[in-house]
Design a protein. Structure first.
Length: 203
């Protein structure tokens, strides 16, 4: 007869996994991927290293799940911010304010997510989530073109270019911990011009 976990055991395992990911997220924000050793994560989660390996078979496995968990929250925040606006330019502004603003508030974590050298599995996930951010902007641009707010263009290509440009503009300040005070307004103005809209302050 196959073994079945009781609801109590499953709840305990789920709680352990959440504690592991929470501990890893704390270390990521403080020290980047380099600080997310298996022993360090186990200590931060308050469990034995052997218990950690019951949930994640390797550091690569752990970091991939950590990246997926953290960046999924970032994508959801960006989507929610864009959905709260009506015009294409305001939605684009909301994406940049949310993405860049959250990154600059936690520069060490954001640098790790965007650019820190790491396992190939995380690099593959980076591409996946760059596409997710791209799709949020592309949807706004596509809407703007359909409504006549923006000139005809390829929304996917333009959005991909914006995601790349925004990420590149942020890497330096995130790595140094010193951001230009007008970085976000400048990125917003750049994005408005790139999509063919009128640069203006976000209300």
């Amino acid at each position: 007869m196959a073994y079945r976990r009781t609801p109590q055991i499953q709840a305990r395992l789920d709680a352990q996994r959440q504690a592991i990911l929470a501990g890893a997220a704390q270390l990521l924000a403080e020290q980047g991927y380099a600080g997310c050793s298996m022993a360090g994560v186990a200590a931060r989660a308050g469990i034995a290293s052997g218990t950690l390996y019951n949930h994640f078979t390797s550091k690569s496995d752990l970091l991939a799940e950590l990246f997926r968990t953290v960046v999924t929250r970032e994508v959801e925040a960006v989507r929610a911010a864009a959905a709260a606006e009506s015009s294409a330019l305001d939605r684009t502004t909301a994406v940049i304010e949310t993405f860049a603003g959250r990154a600059l508030k936690q520069p060490r974590r954001a640098y790790a997510l965007l650019a820190e050298p790491v396992d190939p599995a995380v690099d593959e996930l980076r591409l996946e989530f760059r596409r997710a951010f791209r799709d949020v902007i592309a949807a706004a641009v596509e809407q703007g073109v359909a409504d006549g707010e923006l000139p005809p263009q390829n929304p996917t290509v333009v959005a991909a270019a914006l995601v790349g440009a925004i990420g590149e503009a942020l890497v330096g300040p995130l790595a140094s911990g010193v951001a230009e005070p007008d970085a976000v307004p400048t990125l917003i103005e750049f994005a408005h011009r790139a999509v063919g809209g009128t640069a203006r302050a976000h209300a």
